[in-house]
Design a protein around this ligand. Structure first.
Ligand SMILES: CC/C=C\C/C=C\C/C=C\CCCC(=O)SCCNC(=O)CCNC(=O)[C@H](O)C(C)(C)COP(=O)(O)OP(=O)(O)OC[C@H]1O[C@@H](n2cnc3c(N)ncnc32)[C@H](O)[C@@H]1OP(=O)(O)O
Ligand SMILES: Cc1cc2nc3c(=O)[nH]c(=O)nc-3n(C[C@H](O)[C@H](O)[C@H](O)COP(=O)(O)OP(=O)(O)OC[C@H]3O[C@@H](n4cnc5c(N)ncnc54)[C@H](O)[C@@H]3O)c2cc1C
Length: 667
């Protein structure tokens, strides 16, 4: 018999197999929806399979047992093996395939090329002129040179206007002099900067004839191409261990009057002529495009991280038997408890929602770059900046929450590194900080929302973009029983009300004499609430659009259950906004809760298959607890036995310190 869940294999844990037999949809078909195409979903499986046949690509030991030095070495070793096999494993021009291969082999703890593909190359693509492409892009793509993106400093990360590294133009030699004037001006944090990269895109304050023109990107050689020694005038190193990403070498960097040629200013959009004349870019923030790119990609990346943690937690919950329901002679799977389902299922829905929404956002980014590069059209930048600022903040926050719940849902074993969930958590919540601290970015979106409300107030609602058009729409009572659209309308009401309330509050402070900045700060919490609601509305709408577009009926039906759960969970979570002015009735609240509980029951038989559909291989998951075979107890015991502490029965520390103490106590 052909099973709809393609993960079923002989010898797997019976409880897990039983779950897989109940699948109402084909997990390969669901994977096509998750990854966007039949080809990519299939290629992911083929690549994982091909990787499993190259023993050198496997982790030489479980990563949690390695110290930092070993992790960096192990990552670099695997990169070099991968380099030899690249062309046989993937179509090297296909980014989707490359991304999967790197996740599979390199894992998530960081490696020397981590920022090369994600920021260095994209910064060149977005910021370099045709001549600079010619000179640098080919070399970068062939990996003759390895680069990173060095912007953040010890003293400033969020407020780019106050970056202290200077790039002073000298017309007599046609060079920029890069300089680090203070300790706080040291570049600090850039991934792969410390030990791996020999080049960097460095963001520095451009100074011409004593005038500052603000942050600009420069391509800078940091190390000798033969010896890899730092060049004279460059101080560079690793910043030490972090909460996660410990296979990566986030670094520091200082310049001592370091000279680079004029043509090293990335000058697709702005440039400095030989005589020092500055040519402005078409949009003041165009130099930030590499950041917008990463922010655009973060929702999918983070959705996958949440998917990792949930795959582990759901599989484990299906094999963990503890406690009773009706029949006191048989303990039940912990997945049968409503509290466990409520802890995990809404997060599954969010993982799907974030991935779908992420793909839509990536398309918007690609369109923006196309417009910018083909005809200099930057009109979409403000909208995309606002959207991605909110999205990265909301998604990373919920992903962090969801992963932590997944860890707790695994009880004691979730706390062990064998689950790997703490590593996933550390990696994911880095996203709350990098690419713009979440509060700072929510406030960026809030600027856009306030401006939009002001447009409506001044009778210019026709100038609103499609994503904020609801801010001008009249309110109507909503019958929630009429499907997803009614939830969207209710959410629009809530989001609109909060944006208007926050704007009115802000304007009132100004009317009462506060400066714009003080009024803004006094309203900031309300403003961030408006941003979150607006973003959650966008995520909800993209989820609905994606589910509507699915053609496979069983897949669509399972996704509709997830969507319904999401709609009810989201609305319940923000209901207080609509209850406070009586727009939502307590009957509607009860309706939402009951819908939610019924969604949990509907999803229960498909829970394992919904996470299996992510099709993360055991290698990619790196979790002893979450392996496909479900033999958690044997796997945990084997793993514990492999701990370096168990190499000897009696540790030297016991002989040296503990025993003498115990012996002394006997006297
Ligand atoms: C494929 C990838 C997938 C996964 C990634 C995985 C791993 C990667 C791991 C790590 C990578 C980490 C890399 C980094 O962290 S790089 C460093 C990132 N740093 C930041 O994000 C800094 C955050 N700060 C800023 O971006 C800015 O300073 C700011 C907060 C946006 C404020 O900028 P500022 O210049 O001061 O502007 P304002 O005065 O506040 O606003 C003026 C005006 O400009 C508009 N604006 C600002 N930025 C943009 C933009 N990028 N595009 C368009 N418009 C922008 C702003 O909205 C305002 O407009 P008004 O109309 O309101 O005036
Ligand atoms: C894992 C990781 C990888 C990174 N990789 C890179 C990289 O490759 N390249 C690179 O250049 N950088 C990198 N960074 C740095 C990162 O981009 C910055 O740390 C980030 O932008 C936040 O800036 P900050 O550290 O200055 O935070 P701060 O701004 O100092 O934040 C501290 C607190 O101040 C608050 N705050 C600050 N400004 C405001 C404001 N205007 N209004 C309200 N509240 C405010 C914040 O909300 C936060 O609560 C990385 C960081 C991490 C953690």
């Amino acid at each position: 018999m052909a099973f709809l869940n393609k993960e079923i294999r002989d010898g797997d844990n019976q409880d897990l197999t039983e779950e897989r037999r109940t699948a109402t949809f084909d997990t390969d078909k669901m994977a096509e929806v998750i990854y966007g195409s039949e080809k990519l979903a299939r290629r992911r499986r083929e690549i994982s399979h091909a990787v499993s046949r190259i023993p050198e690509l496997a982790d030489s030991r479980p990563l949690p047992f390695l110290d930092r030095f070993e992790k960096v070495t192990e990552g670099t070793r695997k990169l070099s093996v991968l380099d030899r096999h690249l062309a046989e494993l993937i179509d090297v021009n296909d980014n989707g395939e490359a991304l999967h291969l790197y996740h599979e082999v390199m894992g998530m703890e960081g490696h020397p090329l981590a920022l090369h593909e994600v920021m260095f190359v994209p910064a060149l693509i977005g910021q370099a002129s045709d001549e600079q492409y010619e000179k640098w892009l080919g070399r970068a793509k062939r990996r003759e040179i390895i680069g990173c993106y060095a912007q953040t400093e010890l003293g400033h990360g969020s407020n780019l206007r106050k970056l202290e590294t200077t790039a002073t133009y000298t017309p007599s030699t046609q060079e920029f002099i890069l300089h680090t004037p203070t300790i706080t001006a040291l570049k600090w944090w850039p991934g792969a900067l410390g030990k791996s990269s020999n080049y960097a895109v460095v963001v520095a304050d451009l100074i011409i004839k004593d005038k500052s023109y603000g942050p600009h990107p420069f391509i800078v050689q940091l190390r000798d191409e033969k010896t890899h020694q730092p060049l004279p005038g460059i101080t560079v190193g690793d910043i030490g261990p972090k909460m996660a990403f410990n296979g990566g070498d986030n670094g520091y960097l200082g310049f001592d009057n370091f000279r680079i040629p004029r043509e090293n200013l990335l000058n697709r959009h702005s440039r400095v002529e030989a005589d020092g004349t500055y040519v402005r870019p078409p949009h003041a923030k165009i130099g930030h495009s590499a950041m917008i790119r990463v922010r655009s990609h973060m929702a999918t990346g983070q959705g996958w991280l949440l998917g990792h943690a949930l795959t582990i937690a759901i599989r484990y919950s299906a094999v963990r038997i503890q406690g009773f329901l009706e029949d006191k002679s048989h303990e039940v799977k912990v997945l049968d408890y409503q509290t466990q389902q409520h802890r995990l299922f809404p997060a599954i829905a969010r993982a799907y929602a974030f991935i779908f929404c992420g793909f839509e956002t990536i398309r918007l980014y690609d369109q923006l770059i196309l417009d910018m590069n083909s005809n200099g059209n930057t009109s979409g930048m403000a909208d995309l900046h606002a959207l991605t600022s909110g999205l990265k903040s909301v998604v990373t926050h919920f992903v962090g929450q969801g992963i932590e719940q997944a860890r707790m849902a695994c009880g004691g074993h979730g706390y062990s590194m064998a689950s790997y969930i703490s590593e996933i958590y550390g990696v994911a919540i880095g996203g709350c900080t990098y690419e713009g601290e979440n509060m700072v970015m929510l406030l960026q979106l809030a600027r856009y929302l306030v401006k939009s409300v002001e447009l409506v107030k001044s009778g210019k609602a026709n100038q609103l973009g499609p994503m904020v058009a609801y801010l001008a729409v009249a309110d109507h009572k909503v019958n929630l029983a009429t499907g997803p659209d009614s939830y969207v309308k209710m959410f629009q009401y809530i989001s609109k009300r909060q944006s208007w309330k926050a704007t009115e509050k802000f304007l009132k402070f100004m009317e009462n004499g506060d400066s714009r900045d003080v009024a803004w700060n006094k309203t900031a919490v309300e403003l961030t609430r408006a941003s979150r609601l607006h973003t959650r509305l966008y995520i909800m709408e993209t989820f609905i659009r994606r589910v509507e577009s699915v053609t496979d009926i069983p897949v669509k039906s399972a996704l509709t259950d997830l969507l319904n759960l999401h709609l009810n969970y989201e609305l319940l979570d923000v209901a207080s906004y609509a209850l406070e002015d009586g727009f939502m009735s307590s009957n509607q609240m009860d309706f939402i809760k009951n819908q939610l509980y019924s969604s949990l029951e509907k999803i229960r038989p498909n829970a394992v298959s919904l996470v299996d559909s992510f099709q993360f291989s055991d290698m990619q998951l790196r979790s002893v607890l979450g392996r496909r075979d479900g033999h958690v107890y044997q796997n945990l015991f084997d793993w514990a036995k492999s701990s370096p502490l168990n190499k000897t029965d009696v540790l030297p520390s016991v002989t040296q310190y503990l025993k003498p103490m115990m012996e002394k106590a006997k006297l």
